[in-house]
Structure formats: C-alpha cells, structure tokens
Design a protein around this ligand. Structure first.
Ligand code: IMP
Length: 185
C-alpha cells in the first residue's frame, strides 16, 4: 500500500466477536421468513438506510420471498463519530415514489432512536399504504426517542459495535461478524 493510502486513524484493534456470522445468518433467515409471511400477497418496497445497513439489507432482501423493489436513503446526524447530535438531515433521498406502496424501512442499529424517529416521520408524510420498520440491532439503554421496531434482529448492551456494515470512522464495515470495540481506544 502506498503512503497516500494509509488510514489516518489507528485501526489496529481487532474487534472481539460479539455476534458471530452464523448467529447473524440464522436470525436474518428468521426475519426474512417472518416478513414473507406478514406481507404475503403484497408487493414491497424495501428502503435501506445507508451506509450502515448495506450488508444486512443485501442479506435480508434475499430471504424475502415476495416481489419487491429496493431503494436507499442516506441520513446524517451531526456529531462526532460515536455520538449523535440529535439533528438529522436526509443527504440522499429515495428515487422511487412510495405513495400507496407497502414500505419496509431497514436500518442497522437504533441507538438514541433520533435518526429513525425522523425518517419514519418523514416517510409517513409521503402517504405509503403501510410503513414497517426493521432494525438489525437495538440498544435499549440509549434510547431517547421511542420508535416501534416491527422486526428486530438483536437487542444488545450499551457497547460500540462494528462490522457487518457498521463502522467506526468508516472502518470495519467489511467484517463478516459484529465485533465489540472501544471507540476511545
Ligand atoms: P441514533 O440516531 O442515535 O439511533 O443512531 C443511529 C446511527 O448511529 C446508526 O445508524 C449508526 O450509523 C450509528 N451508531 C449508533 N451506535 C453505533 C454502534 O454501536 N456502532 C456503529 N454505529 C453506531
């Protein structure tokens, strides 16, 4: 690797396995089955929240046995890399109309709930036929805005997790498992 390609932050911590890839695969398959049953007979639009949901999203939609379309949103909540500030902004909007469509919003993690609270409110204003929310992870100790999670992968303790799409300062997204890391370390 050339000098210019070196990461600017230290990423030499090897994250300890918190949720293994086998456990995640099993849970994603169960969620896919549940969603397939619940939406039977309907077409779906699955909306992924970038960037953190990208791996979960790709795995989950392949477990949903229904006709569906996909789309993406990107939201940023200003703050440092490990704490959200409470101000949410949509930085990439949907390319499809969701009016009169059945929508499943797919997120990586609900921490304070601020991001998803804002996104659900925003999407509801677009008059979907129905709007459900699926999150891979939920940290109940951090929540400030209660959000209804219709489909949840795992409830986790108050710790910073990376991998399977989730990052720390844009690193670790490619880990095939969810790992624990100390963001200050
Ligand atoms: P919230 O608005 O506080 O619920 O934060 C949601 C966003 O914060 C998520 O979509 C993630 O991008 C990020 N986030 C929160 N906790 C973690 C974590 O433990 N690891 C990686 N990203 C996290």
């Amino acid at each position: 690797m050339g000098q210019n390609c070196r990461p600017r932050i230290a990423v030499n911590q090897k994250p300890e396995v918190y949720l293994s890839k086998e456990l995640i695969r099993q849970r994603v398959s169960e969620l896919g089955d549940q969603i397939t049953r619940d939406f039977a007979g309907n077409h779906l639009i699955c909306v992924g929240v970038l960037k953190g949901s990208f791996i979960f999203f790709a795995d989950l939609v392949r477990q949903i046995d229904l006709p569906l379309k996909i789309d993406f949103l990107r939201a940023s909540s200003y703050g440092d890399h490990t704490e959200s500030s409470g101000v949410v902004k949509i930085t990439l909007d949907l390319s499809l109309s969701i009016e009169n469509q059945h929508v499943l919003l797919i997120e990586d993690i609900v921490d304070t709930g601020t991001t998803i609270h804002y996104l659900l409110k925003n999407l509801k204003l677009r008059n979907p036929a129905s709007l459900k929310f699926c999150s891979l992870l939920f940290k109940p100790t951090q929540v400030k805005n209660q959000v209804p999670i219709d489909y949840l992968g795992f409830e986790i303790d108050d710790q910073f997790v990376v991998g399977y799409g989730l990052d720390m300062a844009e690193n670790y997204r490619n880990l095939p498992y969810l790992g624990k890391i100390n963001p200050r370390g």
